[in-house]
Structures are given as structure tokens and as C-alpha cells.
Write a new protein. Structure first.
Length: 275
């Protein structure tokens, strides 16, 4: 049997689905992280593991076209190198932000804010997609899980140095990591997903430091959405693990709507376009 393959790969994990020509999903698979900029070899391996699991779940067959939405795909040259590492003859590689928009909006106009381990924002008008952000933790990923995790550790070290009060949340993190040197050691080896693992403690906390970090994150989301909307009153869709958090915080400011589908649905749409 012949399949279309969709891949949704981010800093935390990789999901795959295979569908027939009618768009019916017949098999799914999962694997580890698939950020092709920070770990291209590991990402390619995990893409193949997830894809093979999806094909096996569908009873076996041939992938005729693949659509891949991947974190890090906007870094120079990485998409081309990935094509050489994968066996699919017809393949489209875009950022996970693009497939998120396709899945969430279909053909409709609107803005998408995808907030998970990383973050990306995009607007679709008349079928044309403009994306901003999504440039990784070093240069951006504002309001993402990784950004929040890094921000709380930075706040903890600044508090230790005397720039701000040492709140219970910050003191607890420094103690758990073995003091300021332990925090630094963690930061030097941590991947974005490791920073993001700290985010729930900030999001769910009423600690003054957490409140300040979340206020900054919310301001960054509002700014990105306003840049994309301009003067238009477009619907806004939140996606990702932190999407519901910001939807609750910002629901009164914008016209929210539920996504029509997932980033994986968008990747399957991309695969059919690539065939």
C-alpha cells in the first residue's frame, strides 16, 4: 500500500502519521526529539524511527511523499542535508511553525501562536504564510517553555548576586542544583527540553519571581500577535503545551478560536502537496 507521511518534530519529541490518498490516517508513531539544527543526526534517526513505527502500525507499505514540519528547519542548509539523510523521493521540509499553521487554520485567515519547548508565531492571509520567531533559545523562542526555564535560572543567579530578592522558588532551585555553581553547570549541558522541564514550576507558581517572568512572557506573546495582525481583527489560535496557559491569560484581548487540526495534520497536507 502507498502512504503519505507527515512528521511533526520538535525539541521534545517527534510524531509521525501515515495516511491514504483520501487523507484517512492509518498509522501513527513516536520517537525522541527532532530539532534538525541542534542535533541533525539524532533528528534524522528519530524521524526514521517514528516513520517506520507509523508504517508498521498501518500494516506496511511504501511512502510516496513526505511532509516534515521540524524545529530548526529555518537554519541555513539543514533542510538540504536532511533530504540526503532520508529515503523519501518526494519530500517537503519546512519549520514546524508552517505545518502548525496549515493544520490549525486550513485555508482560513488567522494568526497562530505555537508555544511549546520553543515558540513560533505566524499569520495566514489568502493562503500566504508569514512566520516570525522560531529562531531557537539562544536568539529567541520568547515565552516558550525553554525560555521560561532559562529565565527562572537567570533570575535565581541574579538574586544570589543581590540584584533582586531571593524568593522561595528561586532559593529552592539553587539549593536543588547544588548552589550557584550547580546552576551554571546545568546551563552548560542543558538542551532546550531540559530548560523547558522547569517551566511548569514557574507557570503554576504564585511566587513573585514566577509572576514577573510570566508577565514578561505574556508581553512578548502580545507583541508578536500584534505585529502579525496589524490593523486586522483576525482570529487567534494557540497551540503547544503552553498554548492553553496563554489562552487563559489573554482570552479577553483577542478573538480566540480552536484549531481545525494539529501540526501533524498540516504535515500530511504538505505531503499531499509534495506528491
Amino acid at each position: 500500500m502507498q502512504f503519505f507521511l507527515g512528521i511533526d518534530g520538535g525539541g521534545t519529541g517527534c510524531r509521525a502519521a501515515v495516511a491514504d490518498a483520501a487523507g484517512v490516517v492509518l498509522g501513527r508513531g513516536e520517537a525522541g526529539p527532532a530539532n534538525i539544527a541542534s542535533d541533525p543526526v539524532g533528528a534524522a534517526r528519530n524521524i526514521l524511527v517514528a516513520a517506520e513505527a507509523a508504517v508498521a502500525a498501518a500494516g506496511g507499505g511504501e511512502v510516496v511523499a513526505a511532509g516534515l514540519g521540524l524545529a530548526g528547519a529555518n537554519a541555513a542548509g539543514v533542510a538540504e542535508r536532511l533530504r540526503d539523510a532520508l529515503p523519501y523521493r518526494r519530500m517537503a521540509v519546512v519549520t514546524d511553525g508552517i505545518t502548525a499553521v496549515k493544520g490549525a487554520l486550513g485555508a482560513a485567515d488567522g494568526v497562530v501562536a505555537a508555544l511549546g519547548t520553543g515558540s513560533v508565531f505566524a499569520v495566514q492571509r489568502g493562503g500566504a504564510i508569514r512566520q516570525i520567531g522560531g529562531r531557537g533559545l539562544v536568539l529567541g523562542d520568547e515565552a516558550s517553555g525553554a525560555w521560561i526555564g532559562r529565565a527562572v535560572l537567570s533570575a535565581a543567579l541574579r538574586a544570589v548576586d543581590g540584584f533582586a530578592p531571593i524568593t522561595p522558588l528561586l532559593a529552592g532551585l539553587v539549593e536543588e542544583m547544588g548552589g550557584p555553581d550547580g546552576v551554571v553547570a546545568f546551563s552548560l549541558r542543558a538542551r532546550p527540553a531540559d530548560f523547558a522541564a522547569l517551566a511548569p514550576r514557574v507557570v503554576e507558581s504564585g511566587d513573585p519571581a514566577a509572576v514577573s517572568i510570566m508577565a514578561r512572557a505574556e508581553a512578548d506573546v502580545v507583541e508578536a500577535v500584534q505585529v502579525l495582525m496589524g490593523m486586522d481583527d483576525l482570529p487567534l489560535v494557540f497551540l503547544g503545551g503552553l498554548g492553553t496557559v496563554f489562552a487563559r491569560r489573554m482570552g479577553s484581548r483577542f478573538r480566540l478560536r480552536q484549531p481545525s487540526g494539529s501540526a501533524l495534520d498540516g504535515a500530511l497536507m504538505l505531503a499531499r502537496e509534495a506528491a
